[in-house]
Design a binder for this molecule. Structure first.
Ligand code: PGA
Length: 322
């Protein structure tokens, strides 16, 4: 390969310099970058100066207390991020060639999925003990924000957002049912209950931003109906406990109440248009390059989630998801 002035210049740049530059640009601070990378602030300053000298460009400028990228810096930043990511790929390639799956696995999930996701994750980690899982649990609106920011490898949710360009892999059934405590007057009602009857009951609703709430409101709106919640609760578990306490009627994922159903504490009502047949999806932005660990987890969800949960259920003599 001939050595041009540009390649001679590039050959003096180190990966460490690019990592330091990336951290300073992302965090807007030499101090924060030094802290994150466990080096001293003078080391950060020195490496940035060297990088600027080698490229003969001014990459950063001080604006007030913040360090910002210059126009040249922005272009260099993009290439630096690409080089850092590709170097990471090299590491992953080496591990995959050796047949090892390892590294961080960042999952964000809506609260309702916590009835089965930790169990699935646990079985996965048993298979691949060198994978380090991080699970963030929040509601639909917030996971969509995380999806937009690309903070996680995969998002587990009940419906892919239509406003983003994503790939969604369905991996598990998710039926939503209408439930009341077995002591509730509706529990003994005979025959099919019209949808409208729900709007006349004390309805227990998830908080705004919840995917379950969105599904219920969408169904009602499709039939020209709406409901004024008697209570709003911030998680599926809270709604379930309120239903069990006889505080009203609600729509819950069947997998969240299997145990209470078996125990006879809760009754699923035969309401028009229910159960709402949905799926659980593993979602990521289109074009996102999944790490080996994330790809492996995705394949595992799509191929094994149902059987892993069924096996766990038969071992415990009930639902593995509840
Ligand atoms: P939620 O989402 O926990 O935010 O209600 C569940 C779903 O989308 O099915």
């Amino acid at each position: 390969m001939t050595s041009s002035p540009a390649s001679r210049m590039a050959s003096r740049i180190t990966l460490r310099q690019l990592q330091i530059f990336e951290a300073v640009a992302r965090l807007g601070s030499f101090t924060a970058a030094a802290r994150e990378l466990h080096v001293t602030q003078p080391t950060v300053s020195m490496q940035i100066s060297k990088l600027c000298e080698q490229l003969e460009l001014t990459l950063l400028e001080q604006v007030g207390r913040e360090v910002r990228l210059t126009a040249d810096g922005r272009k260099v930043y993009e290439v630096a991020c690409d080089i850092i990511a590709r170097t990471g790929m090299l590491g992953e390639l080496a591990t995959s060639l050796k047949g090892e799956v390892q590294g961080d696995l960042r999952i964000a999930s809506v609260t309702t999925a916590t009835y089965f996701l930790p169990r699935l994750l646990g079985a996965f980690i048993k298979r691949y003990p060198r994978v380090e899982p991080f699970l963030s649990v929040t509601n639909r609106t917030q996971v969509i924000e995380r999806l937009r920011n690309g903070s996680d490898d995969l998002i587990i949710m009940g419906r892919a957002p239509q406003e983003l360009d994503v790939v969604a892999h369905a991996f598990l059934d998710n039926d939503l049912v209408v439930a009341v405590a077995s002591t509730h007057p509706l529990a003994v009602r005979q025959g099919r209950i019209p949808l409208k009857a729900l709007t006349e009951e004390r309805f227990l609703m998830r908080e705004p931003g919840s995917g379950t709430r969105l599904a219920v409101e969408t169904l009602l709106a499709e039939h020209g109906l709406s409901v004024r919640p008697a209570m709003e609760l911030g998680s599926t578990e809270a709604v379930k406990q309120a239903v069990l306490a006889g505080l009203g009627v609600s729509v819950l994922p069947r997998h969240a109440i299997e145990r209470a159903l078996t125990a006879g504490d809760v009754v699923v009502l035969d309401v028009e248009h229910f159960p709402l047949r949905r799926k659980w999806y593993a979602v990521h932005l289109k074009g996102r390059r999944l790490s080996l660990a994330a790809q492996q987890f995705l394949d595992y969800l799509c191929n094994d989630a149902t059987s892993v949960l069924d096996a766990a259920a038969s071992n415990t003599g009930g639902s593995a998801q509840d």
